[in-house]
Design a protein around this ligand. Structure first.
Ligand code: NAG
Length: 647
């Protein structure tokens, strides 16, 4: 009984968590019920690049739906912006009103969106290029993205893939523009105060190309015939009519589960398999390393302490020789007078570590939030907003940690530490982001973050993050300095030259590989969903990966530091930081490989942006893992030097 009780209790708690969280009704999560015939608004979002037929990513720019060269019909009086959260804007959403008229549960066979539009040669070129690059149109109906139905041959399931294609390439390589939209909406009937109401639970669009659709004399529309293709002429003007039809279908899907069809895991078996594989590998490796290390340490400590006893007991003649002969020959004990010596550039290191601690907390909290279902895809941009706010609030942690570390290093310039902690790294990240944004803006892409949002970011940073960081620093500096268990000698020891894999570059390259291996699988999915604007929701995987990354970073760095100390090299701080931080370097390298194999951009701007953003992500991972490495090694060193006797 005892054994069966626990798992069921545990799993029922786990199962209850998501439903608990959905009861909170975060903004945008409460269901909307419509009466029959009531207008259901259709909002348009930006056009995003997708993977083209050859599975290549051709662009990273998003375009505004009402980009003049696209010639989509505008609502009367011009499109209006829909209010969005900060995070949703940062992630590129540009949601606007549209001229589509959808009425709940009322079919529409054919309707023109507006009169005839004419594509000049320049627009034709623009749009043909976008079609060739695999651009997708993104609509939102009642918060649900309009999707295209896809079939996954591996799992043999149908699923909704958000966004539908602007056009297609036919077999001869001719670009074909889709000018007719078959909108199919699933609705669910609910009884509410005696009468039926309806909720939107699924939106599919089957785009088609119909060359002979037109607006008739009497104002009605003729949606033309299927399989007549619209090919935009790049030399002359092409007239065209945008049309749509709507069919409503009753569905048994309840509102609460309407997102399930969208959240499709490509080949979950392989996903799980590779993840479990790497988890087992990591646990095995860490266990082995841990065992060997503990055994070696126990032996070392026992030997050191025994030698101590001998030298205390025989104070005459021979003991000195014994002591010199045995104790000098090996081991990390030799550097006890230097291991807590202040590293080079203590100010910079303490600032990095402070920011690393902030990142660590922020990532942890976000992943846990996501795991509990608090960041459902129904809340567009909530994830990004949450990350922003959480990281701003954790500014306090960065100040506190930075101050304590700096004090432990015996740093004097505490004013500079207080100022640099909240300004240096976030400032650097913001400035690069701003610079990239100028590029996007110059390209005329809607992905550019508006000036107002930038200003809001700076405000959040200065109003929340900086004061909290300063307060944290103040608290940190008031605490007593962290003292090492051994005293630091006046004169620094000579560091012998390192050989083999303990030399700087090989040791750094080797240390970063394992943590990178732990996140490698998940990284691919994150990258694809980041660049192609797909929903990322595999937070369970992400949680596991984050855990694995922490464990491996800590374990490999501890091992590195142990070897360094055994080789009498006590300059471990920066080595540990760069060694563990090399994970970020590999993340960047991986992005470059992805770029070489899966991405084909024409222009320089796209390349600069891709490489730039990848480098920025790599840099953030560098600080995060580097800090994990240093803190883990620090704790380790405290532990081992605390368990030997030093006279
Ligand atoms: C709309 O048309 C579809 C077929 O295209 C049909 O199955 C459905 O019942 C119709 N809905 C209404 C409300 O008439």
């Amino acid at each position: 009984m005892r054994f069966t009780d626990r798992p069921t209790l545990f799993s029922s708690v786990l199962l209850a968590l998501p439903s608990l969280s959905s009861a909170f009704y975060l903004p945008g999560v409460a269901p909307t019920s419509y009466d029959e015939g009531q207008t259901v608004p259709l909002f348009v979002n930006h056009l995003t690049p997708g993977l083209s037929r050859d599975d290549q990513l051709h662009s990273v720019f998003a375009y505004d739906y009402y980009h003049p060269q696209l010639h989509f019909c505008q609502p009367e009086g011009g499109p209006k912006d829909i209010r969005e959260s900060l995070g949703s804007i940062l992630f590129g959403d540009r949601i606007q009103t549209s001229p589509f008229e959808l009425h709940m549960a009322q079919n529409e066979t054919c309707k023109a969106i507006c009169g005839e539009v004419k594509f000049d040669a320049r627009s034709a070129k623009f749009i043909n290029r976008r079609i060739a690059q695999g651009y997708n149109i993104n609509w939102l109906v009642d918060g649900l993205p309009a999707a295209q139905l896809h079939y996954d041959a591996v799992t043999q399931t149908k699923f909704y893939s958000p966004g539908f294609s602007l056009g297609d390439l036919d077999d001869s390589g001719q670009t074909v523009l889709n000018n007719h939209f078959n909108i199919e909406i699933d609705y669910h009937r609910v009884g509410y105060r005696g009468k039926s109401q309806y909720r939107v639970v699924g939106v599919l669009v089957y785009p088609e190309s119909r060359a002979d659709s037109r607006v008739l004399e009497d104002g009605t529309a003729d949606c033309g015939t299927r399989n007549t293709i619209v090919a935009l002429n790049e030399e002359a003007e092409t007239p065209l009519t945008w049309t749509y039809s709507v069919s409503w279908k009753e569905s048994p899907t309840a509102w609460a589960t309407r997102w399930d069809k969208y959240l499709h895991v490509y080949d979950p078996k392989i996903h799980w398999f590779s993840l479990i594989n790497s988890a087992v590998f990591v646990v095995f490796l860490v266990g082995m390393v841990g065992m060997i290390l503990i055994r070696a340490l126990k032996k070392d400590i026992a030997r050191y302490n025994r030698l101590d006893m001998i030298s205390l007991e025989d104070l005459d003649g021979t003991s000195a020789a014994v002591e010199d002969g045995i104790q000098e020959d090996s081991g990390w004990k030799l550097v006890h007078g230097d291991v807590f010596r202040c590293p080079k550039s203590p100010l910079l290191l303490s600032v990095l570590l402070g920011n690393g601690a902030q990142l660590f907390m922020m990532t942890g909290v976000t992943v846990v939030f996501a795991l509990l279902g608090l960041l459902s895809p129904a809340n567009r941009g909530f994830l990004a907003t949450a990350i922003l706010l959480v990281s701003a609030i954790f500014g306090g942690i960065s100040g506190y940690v930075s101050a304590r570390v700096y004090k432990a290093f015996g740093g004097e310039a505490w004013k500079r530490n207080i100022v640099m902690t909240p300004l240096l790294i976030p400032g650097f990240i913001f400035c690069t982001f701003f610079l990239f944004n100028l590029f996007v803006w110059a390209k005329g892409s809607s992905g550019a973050v508006p000036f107002g949002t930038m200003l809001a970011l700076v405000l959040i940073w200065f109003v929340i993050s900086v004061p909290l960081s300063v307060a944290g620093s103040w608290l940190g500096f008031r605490q007593a300095a962290i003292e090492g268990p051994t005293k630091t000698n006046q004169i620094p020891r000579q560091v012998p030259p390192m050989s083999g894999s303990l030399r700087t570059i090989p040791s750094i390259l080797l240390t970063g590989i394992l943590p990178f291996g732990a996140i490698f699988v998940e990284l691919y999915f994150i990258m694809t969903s980041l660049w192609t604007n797909k929903i990322y929701y595999m937070f369970g995987f992400l949680f596991l990966c984050y855990g694995l990354m922490i464990i491996t970073s800590a374990a490999t760095t501890v091992l590195l530091v142990y070897f360094l100390l055994c080789a009498e090299n006590y300059r471990w701080h920066w080595r540990a930081f760069f060694g563990a931080g090399m994970t970020g370097g590999y993340v960047f390298l991986n992005a470059l490989i992805f770029w070489a194999t899966r991405v084909s951009f024409g222009g320089l701007t796209g390349t600069v942006l891709y490489v730039g953003y990848s480098a920025l992500i790599g840099f953030v991972v560098f600080i995060l893992t580097g800090s994990i490495g240093v803190f883990a090694s620090w704790a380790f060193i405290h532990r081992i030097y605390g368990s030997i006797k030093v006279d």
